[in-house]
Design a protein around this ligand. Structure first.
Ligand code: PAF
Length: 306
């Protein structure tokens, strides 16, 4: 195993990537905010398997995707441990820039300043976008910047942040960015909890309570063959038996986060607060033909929210 080379400036990154560009090697990219865990390692493994050229991982806690009062300051920063994980996964280059390197014009936490940014459109205003209205503008803007700096052939994102993945696919398609976007499956603890950098904020009791998210999604998945209504009822029943979980949304949508199909492939998504930690998760579901009343809801299916 060879340790990845660390670049902290745009110039260093450009120098490191120059040989691969000259020889036409495929560049694979995994954007992260650090605090790496097995979920990130699987994204890196996916990237590593896809190219004999360089795998680049960025580690950058992007201030513009956090609104004031969100957890920017308490977001874990663990660079030394992160580099070990990158080394184990055969990453060649780690790009860990300072904020000024990515936002030379400045980037206060929260709403973006007056520079050109990416508007995520309607898809950025539903689900996560309701409680985090500036979040996806920050995510898409930093990903577009990183794509511009790295110019990857392919980039790997986790399905756990499903709305983010959908929006990045839309950005790449709508803005003709020419990057292949790969959505890697969510990595889970043996009991089903989706791996997340935020899980470290859960105490032992909250860690148990957080299982309700996966159990709720599973209940929807298992009931999905009986149709949308039954799937939602089953998920709600599961959630009613949960403790310490403050639901934000529970929804079944189409795979593109549009309205769910009458029958066929769909997605069930949940967001909830456990203690002070906001968690999200989702699963694919296959809807059977609905029994009972027709579906209701406003943004792609039958919604349960606070
Ligand atoms: O998913 C994340 O970790 C971040 O949103 C991303 C894509 C690295 C952008 O900051």
């Amino acid at each position: 195993m060879t340790a990845p080379v660390l670049a902290s400036t745009r110039a260093e990154l450009a120098d490191l990537l120059a040989p691969a560009r000259r020889s036409g090697e495929q560049i694979a990219f995994v954007p992260t905010m650090g605090a790496l865990h097995a979920g990130h390692a699987s994204l890196m493994a996916t990237a590593r398997a896809r190219t004999t050229g360089p795998v680049v991982v960025s580690i950058f806690v992007n201030p513009t995707q956090f609104a004031p009062g969100e957890d920017l300051d308490r977001y874990p920063r663990t660079l030394a441990d992160d580099l070990l994980i990158c080394e184990k996964e055969g990453v060649d280059i780690v790009f860990a820039p300072a904020v000024e390197e990515v936002y030379p014009g400045g980037a206060g936490a929260g709403p973006l300043d007056d520079s050109v940014t990416i508007d995520p459109g309607q898809l950025g205003r539903v689900l996560e976008g309701v409680s985090r209205p500036t979040h996806f503008a920050g995510v898409l803007t930093v990903v577009a910047k990183l794509f511009g700096l790295i110019r990857p052939d392919l980039a790997v994102f986790g399905q756990k942040d499903y709305q983010q993945l959908a929006l990045i696919r839309r950005m790449v398609s709508d803005l003709c960015l020419g990057v292949e976007v790969i959505g890697a499956e969510t990595v889970r603890e043996p009991d089903g909890l989706a791996l997340s950098s935020r899980n470290r904020f859960l105490d032992a009791e909250q860690r148990l309570q957080a299982l309700a998210l996966h159990d709720t999604l599973q209940a929807a998945r298992q009931a999905a063959p009986w149709g949308l209504e039954v799937a939602m009822d089953s998920a709600r029943a599961e959630l009613r038996s949960a403790h310490g979980v403050d639901l934000d949304y529970l929804v079944i949508t189409g795979p593109d986060l549009g309205p769910p199909p009458e029958a066929g492939e769909a997605r069930v998504l949940i967001a909830a607060r456990v203690g002070t930690t906001r968690l999200i998760d989702n699963l694919p579901v296959t809807l059977g033909t609905s029994v009972g009343k027709a579906s209701t809801g406003t943004s792609g299916g039958d919604l349960t929210d606070k």
